[in-house]
Write a protein that binds this ligand. Sequence first.
Ligand SMILES: [Mg+2]
Length: 359
Amino acid sequence: MERKIIHIDMDAFFVAVEQRDNPSLRGKPVVVGSPHKRGVISAASYEARKYGIFSAMPSIVAARKCKDLIFVPGRFHAYKEASEQIMQVFYEYTDQVEPLSLDEAYLDVTTNKMDNPSATNIAKEIKIRIKESTELTASAGVSFNKFLAKVGSDFNKPDGLCVITPAASTKFIEALKIEKFPGVGKVNARKLHDLGISTGKDLKKLTQESLINQFGKFGEYLFNMSHGIDNREVIAERIRKSIGAERTFGEDILDEAKLLESLNRIAEILDKRIKKSNSSGKTLTLKIKYFDFEITTRSKTVFYPISEINEVLALAQELFYTPKAPFKRVRLLGLSLSNLDNNEINIGDQLKLNFHELL
Ligand SMILES: [Mg+2]
């Protein structure tokens, strides 16, 4: 059976989070990293990329390329939070999720929780859902194997969607520059160019033997990719750590009744997801994000697995009022269930009560 693979990659992830949280950075050349002469850039905004600035570049080189370059320090917890929100979206569609980093994952949606036969439509929905929950954009590649899905997500960034059907794949690969093949770095690119190879089409002229002779194992990879052969499976993360649901409000809310009403709705969505995944868990966490981006999480661990809606509702409300109801305008409410199934109780989670985090 033909597989349906999606590769999702967030656009300029770290920097996009910074520009989201600090409007004065929007539209400007920004990098995440230290301006120190020994510093290295970990992400560059699209505006900075226009100056030829890219991640992994020494800060000193980047600063030379753009006089107005803005350096901001990394806030790993903010990236991790956005990453968790993205992963939650993925799990709404499939458990066959293979994260490659905080902002990137393969999904196998050949069969999926929505019974949606169109991987393209799933990718579109996922992009929308990511935008709703994180206010960030992602790019998606849709195809029948990992190689093409990954190339696809990079094809028309940012906010891109690229679908490569089996019928279109031969032409697509033939036109593909060898630099765009995942894993082809500068050294191999130069080596290939020296052999007169600059596209997938050129690559196909070489036999498997000659490619293996020149490049060893990598040659075999190049041969397979140039023929659209990639049987690598999407390897799901072994243990799912939490199930969650959350909602960002169009307008920040202070009204307690309104907040409780949405909390109940979020609890209902969470309950559906718990049932769908056939799990139960012992720790419920309420996340409150205020209008000023301050985030509070409140957790409670019980000694029996939570699996019923009334238990979720009761605990959620308890967390809502303990120590007290939100006292300033709320931007987002979220509930998540962790300590799933037979997972060992994590002492750390129990101690996390009223854990406070100021971004
Ligand atoms: Mg990315």
